[in-house]
Design a protein around this ligand. Structure first.
Ligand SMILES: [Zn+2]
Length: 260
């Protein structure tokens, strides 16, 4: 009888312990943030906390979406929980040492991720990269409209800052990978809506890739992180761009696919 009771108690204890050891509550943004910071070795700020980082010369304006900063503060950070989960989802495919490579003498604090309600920058923008902070390399992401592609895309822009800091001529030969006579439109706002996501041909990942060479590289990188071998095998020109990019990336960040 005593043994049965002990077993019952043990079971009861187990029942209480197990849920606590499982996933954090679905909406607990602060727990998710603490995990991301610890696990990946970077910093995350959310909502009204980001106003401190919106410097005078900031390229992006943070949209309060009709609520005052005080109201946002009262509301807490839990509205960012889905975006934090998406960050973890996208970051989890990088090798463990990857994020530490953002820490340098110029950027001793490494990567800072700002999660805001909205961004204004010549119309709709879901993300961006800033390097004007005090020793910080900042990725800013909007709470809505961001998917896994956006995260890889902005991460690439941040990587390029690091690559160019090591070798400012790293991308001098990039344009030789384009068709003869091609030149970038140099206009972000020329593309509206879904057109920017159309896959034009084997030379460019998307219509948007034709705006600036930095965007070309960032969209190729999205595909490096998300498309499979069958997809790449039918795109020999794009594959050359991917190989060029991976060579520059590995010089600073190591082999992205070493663990596979
Ligand atoms: Zn971009």
């Amino acid at each position: 009888m005593k043994r049965a009771l002990a077993f019952f108690l043990a079971l009861l204890v187990l029942c209480f312990v197990l849920p606590a050891a499982g996933e954090p509550a679905a909406e607990d943004a602060d727990t998710l943030r603490a995990f991301l910071q610890e696990h990946y070795g970077l910093s995350v700020r959310m909502g009204s906390e980001c106003y401190d980082y919106a410097l005078m010369d900031y390229e992006f304006k943070i949209t309060p979406e009709g609520n005052t900063p005080f109201q946002k503060l009262l509301a807490g950070n839990d509205r960012f929980a889905p975006l934090l989960r998406l960050l973890d989802d996208a970051f989890s495919v990088y090798p463990p040492e990857f994020f530490s490579r953002f820490r340098t003498s110029k950027y001793p604090d490494g990567l800072l991720i700002l999660l805001v309600d909205g961004i204004e920058n010549e119309g709709v923008t879901y993300g961006g990269v800033e390097t004007t902070g005090n020793g910080l390399l900042e990725i800013i992401l909007s709470r809505t409209g961001v998917d896994r592609h956006t995260i890889h895309h902005e991460l690439y822009h941040a990587m390029e800052v690091r690559i160019l800091a090591e070798n400012k001529r790293a991308f001098d030969k990039w344009r030789t990978l384009n068709p003869r006579g091609f030149s970038y439109s140099q206009k972000n706002s020329a593309l509206i809506g879904e057109d920017q996501f159309a896959e034009p041909d084997d030379w460019f990942a998307r219509e948007y890739s034709k705006t600036f060479e930095e965007e070309d590289r960032a969209t190729v990188f999205e595909d490096i992180m998300t498309k499979d071998e069958a997809w790449w095998s039918t795109r020999p020109h794009l594959q050359k761009k991917a190989e060029f990019l991976l060579e520059k990336i590995s010089a600073v960040f190591g082999d992205l696919f070493a663990g596979e």
